[in-house]
Design a protein around this ligand. Structure first.
Ligand SMILES: Cc1cc2nc3c(=O)[nH]c(=O)nc-3n(C[C@H](O)[C@H](O)[C@H](O)COP(=O)(O)OP(=O)(O)OC[C@H]3O[C@@H](n4cnc5c(N)ncnc54)[C@H](O)[C@@H]3O)c2cc1C
Length: 381
């Protein structure tokens, strides 16, 4: 698959599968299995897997474009896809000897959805410091953990679970494990009923003494933290920024459509023709959206050609994207007035979905902490 085919497949799914059902799925809080099946059939589940693992070996540029395209139609589905890509990348980066070939094969064949189960009730958004600790069981481990949010909970075929290494000494001495769906002791703790992203099943999950064989240990003991930083964080921050971009584009399009179609009949004009204040709001939304797009392009360039400033850009882009998505969708709400407030149009779903980015860890606040500490030469953890 090439970049162009991947993007055109994503557009087809966005228009044909996601857009027609997004409103209903949001209302019902319904996870779209049709979306996942369509992504699998189109070969998009193996997008970034290396060719040796049966994947397409495509890079961050394609990932960002595919995700923004999906998010413009349905941010919940785009987030499900992003968490899968991160899970797949972590499996593909497993330590030598890990028994991951069957999972990779299924992902490449479009039949396996993965996700990340990092956040825990005990350490909340500080996902780099799990409070659960794996317990040695012969060559494998047993894990008990309260995972506070897991996108695609109950729908994924595998969960990438973090836990403190059995003999880990510090708070970040974690290990990553692949826990297949159906593992005894693994369950969804309660249903997902979020303000936004309502169709992505980001429910809490419980691991109750789950047995994980040695072959499904993905990192060395204590190697979870470096994998989170090097494999997951750059793509997660890029992907959530691309979700934000898709939301902003949809907000601009939805607002422009409303300004053209809604009319002041007594004046014989559309809203857009009548009110310069609304035109100015729309213009600001467009400026902010294109600014975010440029920022994402800059991050992609940094990921393709890593340099000293790459980690800073990784942190900055997600922090900025969270704020831009909230600002642009808030402007859309105000510009579209009571029609938006009364849920007559998609803008209010975009507004609710946009608020997830800033609270998904690393949150906007934590990113600012990291950025400022990096500038001041202070240790981040
Ligand atoms: C829709 C959705 C999907 C999710 N999907 C997943 C998933 O698939 N896998 C997963 O592992 N997790 C997932 N999460 C969890 C997410 O990544 C965060 O862990 C979670 O949103 C944090 O919420 P909290 O209430 O625990 O935050 P808290 O940690 O309680 O934070 C509360 C506030 O304090 C601020 N804060 C915290 N620490 C600092 C600091 N050091 N400096 C400054 N401010 C700080 C935060 O920014 C926040 O505003 C998801 C969350 C959402 C909303």
């Amino acid at each position: 698959m090439t970049h162009e085919t991947a993007v055109s497949n994503a557009k087809e799914i966005a228009d044909g599968v996601l857009a027609p059902a997004a409103g209903q799925n949001d209302k019902a809080g319904r996870f779209s299995t049709e979306a996942v099946e369509a992504l699998g059939r189109a070969g998009l589940l193996g997008l970034m897997l290396p060719a040796e693992a049966g994947g397409s070996g495509l890079g961050p540029r394609t990932l960002a474009t595919v995700i923004a395209t999906l998010a413009e139609a349905d941010a919940s589905a785009a987030m499900v896809y992003l968490m899968h890509v991160l899970g797949a990348a972590t499996i593909a980066a497993a330590r030598p000897g890990a028994d991951v070939a069957p999972a990779l094969q299924e992902i490449a064949a479009g039949r396996h959805l993965s996700t990340l189960a990092f956040s825990e009730s005990g350490s909340r958004s500080h996902f780099w410091a799990p409070v659960s600790r794996a317990r040695r069981n012969g060559a494998g481990v047993h894990i008990s953990a309260k995972k506070s949010w897991v996108t695609s909970a109950g729908h994924a075929q595998s969960y990438i679970v973090s836990s403190l290494a059995p003999e880990g000494a510090g708070p970040t001495d974690s290990t990553l494990y692949l826990v297949p769906a159906g593992t005894r002791g693994l369950s969804v703790a309660s249903p997902w009923d979020g303000l936004g992203m309502r169709a992505n099943a980001s429910a809490p999950m419980l691991l109750d003494d789950c047995e994980v064989p040695a072959g499904l240990q993905l990192t060395d003991d204590g190697g979870g933290f470096p994998a989170m930083l090097n494999v997951v964080l750059p793509l997660f921050n890029l992907g959530t920024s691309a979700v934000a971009l898709g939301l902003c584009r949809a907000a601009v399009a939805g607002t422009a459509g409303h300004l053209k179609s809604a009319r002041f009949e007594h004046l014989g004009q559309s809203l857009g023709e009548s009110l310069p204040t609304l035109r100015a709001q729309l213009a600001t939304m467009q400026i902010d959206t294109d600014g975010l797009s440029a920022r994402i392009d800059d991050l992609i360039d940094h990921l393709e050609r890593p340099r000293d400033t790459t980690m800073l850009r990784v942190l900055e882009t997600k922090a900025a994207a969270g704020d831009v998505a909230i600002a642009v969708t808030s402007a859309a709400m105000r510009t579209c007035g009571g029609a938006a407030f009364s849920k007559h149009m998609i803008v209010e779903r975009l507004f609710r979905d946009a608020h997830a980015g800033a609270v998904m860890a690393p949150t906007g606040d934590v990113l600012r902490e990291f950025i400022a500490k990096a500038i001041l030469g202070m240790p981040l953890f």
